[in-house]
Write a protein that binds this ligand. Sequence first.
Ligand code: FAD
Ligand code: NAD
Length: 485
Amino acid sequence: MSEIQQFDLIVIGGGPAGYPCAIRAAQLGMQALCIDAWVNRDGSPSFGGTCLNAGCIPSKALLESSELYHRAQHEFEVHGISAGKIGLDLAKMQARKQAVSKANSGGVKLLFSANKVTGLHGHGRLLGDGKIGYKSLDGKDEKIFAAKHIVIATGSAPVELKKIAPFDGQHIVDSWGALDFTAVPERLGVIGAGVIGVELGSVWSRLGADTVLLEALTEFLPMVDRQVTKEALRQFTKQGLDIRLGAKVVAARTGKKGVEVEYEQGGSKQSESFDKLIVAVGRRPYTDALGCEAAGVALDPRGFVKVDSDYLTNVPGIYAIGDVVATGPMLAHKGIEEGVVLAERLAGEKSKVDYRAVPSVIYTSPEIAWVGLSEEQAVAAGHEVKTGSSPFAANGRARAMEATAGLIKFISDAKTDRVLGVHMIGPYVSELAAEAVLAMGYGATTADIQLTMHAHPTLSETFHEASLAVDGHAIHSVNKKKKPA
Ligand code: FAD
Ligand code: NAD
């Protein structure tokens, strides 16, 4: 083994938490190394982690393609367009998805090179004493590196229901497997109607799969405001997604033809057969073979790396960010912010992540997005709440787009007028969420937003209208009188 190479900062994991941390550290003058073990199914190593290779980006590529396919079939006619018979070339759609992912992960390589970050494909292991063991992906090259700051950004992996529905890569698959189907399943089952369940369920349902989502909870998307989820359930059901709430899967058996799934609902046992079954019941922090125990890095009972508000673990000099820590939701942009903020704090700056204004988006059609508290959460947290909502049906642009389903709802503090949350469902609300992030980031009151001007005709007018509705003076939608909660 050659001599130990010294860096200022080593990041283990090159996903959306890890690679921005290495880049920002290098921008601030540190010598940074990022080690990443991701290997794609075709054997190619790739930076970008779950997000660029098997998560955010490929799922959004398929959501876009499948939505276009669906709209061409069902919406063109309304616009007076006849396009003949619409065909599906799934192989081409999948190839485009791969190309989109590859272009993004190739971008990370370019950014490393432009910012003078050393990027290595391979496995990193904590050796203690500020040292990292590195093994190349083919196992032929082994090195030891040392650094003043070591950052764990090893992300997360899908939860497997080992006893109930173990992955076989063929009939029972995780979200990565579900992104790579080579044929549209005739009947598709999904365990879990959470974020992945509804996004990937939508993709395959739009492409023609008869799709059933089995969700153990009796409440649909409990983290989102009830007014929004009520509308979401109505819209998704109208689109043909069969969402069964209170349906707890207890067994899945694979046979030649597919999977037989048993579930309990309302006290009785039911069963269904599917060609494919996606298990989307959450993700777990990933620290396998990382050497946490040897290095003395403490994990919490759920396996997350324990950190303080500076992302420092119990071991001096070792930090953790992204999906592998329990702070905040498992989202790419949360990881990016943590990576950047950590690098800046290590360089002596006073940056902080604002966890009150983390946007969440579900990329269905219509999209769902939220920032801050739902009405239910705000009431439970002891706020005296005032709310207002405005439907996209009252928005001229949405009408012109033939996209009037959905609404935006403001949840504000009745005493201070501060915006506590904005929850929405409708066209491009993923983009409108940025307006709520800015407002809440700057501590805006509802009146602050009411006094801003929004271009006409834009979808953002519904955001403005919803803020006006909080105090009963919406102009373009009917104000509903509501008592404060
Ligand atoms: P990861 O992206 O998981 O990256 C960790 C990296 O570390 C991986 O490359 C892994 O190989 C590597 N690694 C692990 N151990 C080692 C080791 N010992 N040595 C070297 N390398 C190692 N989030 C959103 O915000 N928006 C979305 O639209 C969205 N869509 C998603 C869709 C799907 C289907 C899935 C599964 C997830 C989605 N997410 C989305 C979540 C998002 O992908 C994660 O929150 C994000 O990738 C977490 O970033 P991370 O850097 O913490 O971890
Ligand atoms: P999730 O927590 O959103 O949903 C999992 C669902 O599975 C829950 O509703 C749970 O009640 C249900 N469930 C668990 N066991 C069950 C059983 N035996 N039978 C029936 N239902 C059962 O998790 P996910 O959908 O796997 O997504 C994981 C994470 O990935 C998300 O929390 C999110 O952080 C991230 N993600 C984000 C995006 C996005 O930002 N658009 C997209 C995909 C994934």
